[in-house]
Design a protein around this ligand. Sequence first.
Ligand SMILES: Nc1ncnc2c1ncn2[C@@H]1O[C@H](COP(=O)(O)OP(=O)(O)OP(=O)(O)O)[C@@H](O)[C@H]1O
Ligand SMILES: [Mg+2]
Length: 358
Amino acid sequence: MEISFAEKVQILKLALSFLNEDVIITDIDGNVKYINKGSLVINPEERLFNIFDFLDSNDQKEIKQALVKHQEWCGEVFVKSQDKERSKKFLKAISVAVDDGRTFCYLFVFSDTCFNSGLQKKLQQASKMVSLGSIAAGVIHDLNNLLSPILAYSEILLQEISSEDLIYKRLKIINEAAYQARELITQLLSFTRSKGFSFIPLQLSQVVIKAFNFIRNFISPQIEMDLSLNSRGFIMADPIQIYQILINLCLNASEAIKDKGKIRVEVEDMDLKEKDGVSKYIKLAVSDTGMGMDEQIRENIFSPFFTTKEHGIGLGLFVVYEIVKMLGGKITTYSKLGQGTTFDILLPRVDKNLSIPK
Ligand SMILES: Nc1ncnc2c1ncn2[C@@H]1O[C@H](COP(=O)(O)OP(=O)(O)OP(=O)(O)O)[C@@H](O)[C@H]1O
Ligand SMILES: [Mg+2]
């Protein structure tokens, strides 16, 4: 069946009328020659108008400049309606050559911003992550430089003071903390450079003791910290990952405790009956007697940049979640407003010699 030109035009017009977008074709001065429907803020009766009259002056200028150079313009615009109401739309505008290639018309496609907002949010998050990565690399580098004199001078002073001296003991704590910080920084540096982690068999309890003692130095003495170790089991992980999980969870716990309270860290073996048999795990749990969370907050805590704190970044739990996922584990949150919070993390238990996660 042959379709005539007129019929093709009819079909295309029909197809365009089904679109959710407003498609408008204008001449190079912006005078409207075609519009697929009247749903755009303008009055459908008055189809003869100039598109630029409906756009904010700043947008008008930018869009005209791009179109004159035959460049595509995309972005959010405010479209004015006749009753002076403004609505936000996403606009794609391009210049199209017609007939002999010397005449041009402009094509404007307006869509609801909500169609793109999900995507835009994701893009914004992705770009935040990228810039955060480079900022982090810079900050970590500076921190490393700042640590050098602390390490060097504490080392020199330790040699000059008698080990019986009270100052010696205090200096030793500074020196050890600086070494631990350097270890952490070196690991973080490798993370930002995407060198990745080195997965080795770790006796979880042993790493947790070290991390726990390290973190204790930063938590208010008003907060009681309790450690319970009931596993000799091994997991496949990089020690820095366990440090990172515990630091983030314990800091959150201490921030959730307003005044006095308790943080408890537990490690224990756990065998779970699952679909394909019994799976061996080690449970790492961090609980606090802090303010707890309501349902709405609990649902969002693992999203990047979700925070309820004035100066929070909202990355602590996102990082914990990503590490647990990387280690093939699971994380569960138990929390009630005013009644504290518990994070249970299950990590696959491995045979020390086999070193292969189950
Ligand atoms: N132990 C906890 N008790 C109560 N609320 C918590 C607890 N841990 C996390 N939250 C809630 O989850 C949110 C997200 O935590 P997350 O650690 O990801 O970010 P943050 O602590 O706000 O900022 P930062 O990136 O500095 O860690 C917190 O803002 C808080 O509302
Ligand atoms: Mg946090």
